[in-house]
Design a protein around this ligand. Sequence first.
Ligand code: HEM
Length: 194
Amino acid sequence: MGVIFQSLGRTILAGVVILAVILGIGGTYGKIGEPFYWQFFMRWLHVLSGVLWIGLLWYFNFVQIPSMPKIPDEQKPAIGKVIAPTALFWFRWAALATVVTGLLLAWLNGYLVQALSLQSPATAIGIGMWLALVMAFNVWFIIWPNQKKALGIVQAEPEAKTRAARVAMLTSRFNTMFSIPMLYFMVAQQNGGF
Ligand code: HEM
């Protein structure tokens, strides 16, 4: 077991193997050829990437940001130089993967244009998609460029660094606020929609 859990890659692979075994025992491999399977498969990929993205957003807002004032100054570089850059790497690529799989899912479901133009009966998912698209825009075009300055990944004057850290933090808070209605509308479509 230690051999598996000491490596993140092997742990993820073990999860996929467990899924394959359960599907094999249940005899559900046959479903793979069925018309709706790829739609369902895309939904699974979409939820996986969405959970990684919003999980990290909530980690920043529930754990990292409130903990920073309690960490002694000499220990702060561990967060700024090691943990935050790694978390931001997965955060921004998970956001992109969620957008791509979400748009593909809407297309496979046959309502991409209807949802983006907020037409019934895809209005609920359309609202969820627009909220999530604004959040993804914020990640790539506001949070990440400002975090690069704040964390010293790109050069900036001390004053510009402080301002960048504040803009990144406030935008991250904005996204946390949006995540509440976004997730409501994301799951509403399956439950009747409107
Ligand atoms: C721009 C980004 C996004 C787009 C375009 C998008 C698109 C979609 C679409 C088209 C569906 C299928 C709705 C249906 O017919 O039931 C869906 C479902 C879902 N999405 Fe998203 N989504 C996005 C972001 C997110 C995020 C950030 C999360 C966070 C976890 C998320 C979680 C979910 C969940 C849980 C479902 C429901 C799956 C189910 O009911 O089986 N989505 N999304």
